[in-house]
Design a protein. Structure first.
Length: 264
């Protein structure tokens, strides 16, 4: 594992007032199943290692703060006006938004879909964690609505990038999950059902559909092509860990977005 931090970015979010990145595995200090740039505290990695990894990311991006939430696979959105003390989570939510400069909003993933939003007209950003449960609850629509309420954001002005997540080819779900995606989504979200009633699910495609339905212009929406399950060198994967009989022993990468500015 290389010691060099690697960030992925999306051209749709290139802006002189914006910092954004999707982190990958190289460049951290964690070991074992968490090697190496693990940003997630909740799965047994050393707290000191996670703190150092977060510091490296923050400094590499030139940010004053990184703000995390306790993600619960829901559809709540928290507005961040000031960073929490220390490394405390901002609260229980799966989306964070702010119009304050220097604050890096982080959505943590390890197969789920990270989504970053920028409103260049009103100077606001959001980071969203959308697993299949959050997608069923349409957390992206909730975030678009919250940005409109708090910052006056118009969906047509938003620029949105969907980051690395598990691909449909690596993500079979059972009939109980299939049932929740059979209405309200286009056919490509689910494959043909197998003999047990399961199917391959494309959560990122479902999120993209919801974003377009919420008013995001197609030319302002992009999706990175990387599969977290398939690329072990670059990404942590909850499903890959489970298939190896190591459930719960994996790290997490992050989608990060911030407005450029002076320290608070």
């Amino acid at each position: 594992m290389t010691s060099q931090i690697e960030f992925l970015t999306a051209p749709v979010l290139e802006h002189d007032r914006l910092i954004h990145a999707f982190t990958t595995r190289p460049g951290g200090v964690s070991a074992g199943p968490y090697a190496s740039l693990n940003l997630t505290r909740s799965r047994g990695d050393s707290a000191d290692h996670v703190s150092e990894n977060r510091r490296r990311v923050r400094e590499a991006l030139g940010l004053d703060y990184l703000v995390f939430a306790k993600q619960v696979h829901g559809c709540d959105v928290i507005a961040i006006d000031a960073p929490p003390l220390g490394e405390q989570p901002a609260g229980e939510a799966d989306a964070l938004m702010t119009d304050k400069p220097g604050i890096g909003l982080v959505c943590q993933t390890a197969d789920c879909t990270p989504i970053l939003m920028h409103d260049p007209e009103n100077g606001a950003v959001a980071a969203i964690h959308s697993g299949w449960r959050g997608t069923v609850q349409n957390i992206v629509e909730a975030t678009v609505a919250a940005m409109a309420q708090h910052y006056g954001s118009k969906p047509a002005d938003l620029r949105v990038a969907i980051g690395p997540s598990v691909s449909a080819g690596q993500y079979r779900v059972g009939p109980e999950v299939v049932a929740q995606f059979e209405t309200g989504f286009p056919d490509p979200v689910l494959s043909l059902r197998d003999e047990d009633g399961g199917a391959q699910l494309d959560v990122a495609a479902a999120c993209a559909h919801q974003l377009r339905a919420a008013g995001i212009a197609p030319e302002h929406l992009t999706q990175l092509p990387h599969c977290t399950y398939s690329d072990e060198t670059r990404f942590f994967s909850a499903r890959r860990s489970h298939h190896r009989g190591e459930s719960g022993q994996f790290g997490g990468q992050g989608g990060i977005i911030a407005l450029r500015g002076v320290a608070l």
